[in-house]
Design a protein around this ligand. Structure first.
Ligand SMILES: [Zn+2]
Length: 262
């Protein structure tokens, strides 16, 4: 079957089915460039009751600083060199949504030593749930930890990977300790109550360069007080793209491999 014919069949199949499938087929095939990852995450998180830091990080229960350097919040490596991370997926997700989650996880499998495995009886695990918003804890917390992917706004390849990266221990790129050399934070364009989201963190940069193309970088208008007024400006070139949501960058992958010694 030629690609055109199969695409047509897929579309016809979509049209003949219930509304959600049709939307999802289109959403999957046509890049949704109208909204960057930050906007999508922050929009989805508007209604949440959780205490979220930097928009989508669950406030730690035990750690008072947003630090995840030590082994304590890393996932354990098995003797075969692979880092097994048990997970469960809520039955609220459709099989199509589960496929997307699966696909996002497979990208980690093919390029790092991280392996997501269906939970049997392991104590520490990631519970992927359809809560209000897209959010995750930073690193391994201990016991069951929720990674929320709201069905309406978060089941996108890039967002799934973004939240998984938090669970692996990675913070937002623009809070890196050296970020002032690469981006300017426009404090005047940020609501004062939201300013804490832009505080620098004592990040472990793993000898990797600042990465504008990281899936962990927020977009230019994150937490902006007004449309058209950027909160983050790349320097010296303000036209550099930030806030991409297609998938992990080269350095996103390198960092995982370095942190976990893959
Ligand atoms: Zn985030």
């Amino acid at each position: 079957m030629t690609p055109t014919v199969s695409l047509l069949l897929l579309l016809l199949l979509g049209l003949s089915q219930a509304q959600p499938l049709q939307e999802e087929v289109i959403a999957e095939d046509v890049p949704d460039d109208t909204m960057d990852i930050t906007t999508r995450i922050l929009t989805s998180n508007n209604a949440t009751d959780e205490i979220l830091l930097e928009g989508d990080l669950l406030a730690p229960r035990t750690r008072n600083a947003m630090m995840c350097w030590s082994q304590s919040c890393q996932w354990k490596k098995a003797s075969n060199g692979q880092v097994m991370i048990p997970f469960t997926v809520s039955s609220e997700f459709t099989s199509w949504e589960r496929q997307k989650i699966d696909r996002a996880m497979k990208a980690f499998h093919s390029r790092t030593c991280i392996r997501f495995v269906p939970r049997q009886n392991q104590y520490d695990y990631i519970s992927i749930e359809n809560k209000v918003g897209c959010f995750s804890s930073l690193g391994r917390v201990g016991g069951r930890q929720v990674l929320s992917l709201n069905r309406q706004g978060c089941v996108y390849h890039g967002i799934i990977q973004h939240e998984i990266n938090h669970a692996l221990g990675f913070q937002h790129e623009q809070t890196r300790s050296d970020r002032d050399n690469y981006v300017r934070i426009n404090w005047g364009n940020i609501n004062q109550r939201m300013a804490y989201n832009f505080h620098k963190q004592a990040t472990n940069n793993l000898n990797t360069p600042y990465d504008y193309s990281s899936i962990m970088h927020y977009g230019k208008t994150a937490f902006s007080i007004q449309y058209g007024r950027d909160s983050i400006t790349p320097i010296p070139n303000p036209n550099v793209q930030i806030g991409q949501r297609q998938g992990m960058s080269y350095w996103d992958i390198m960092r995982i491999n370095r942190l976990y010694g893959c």
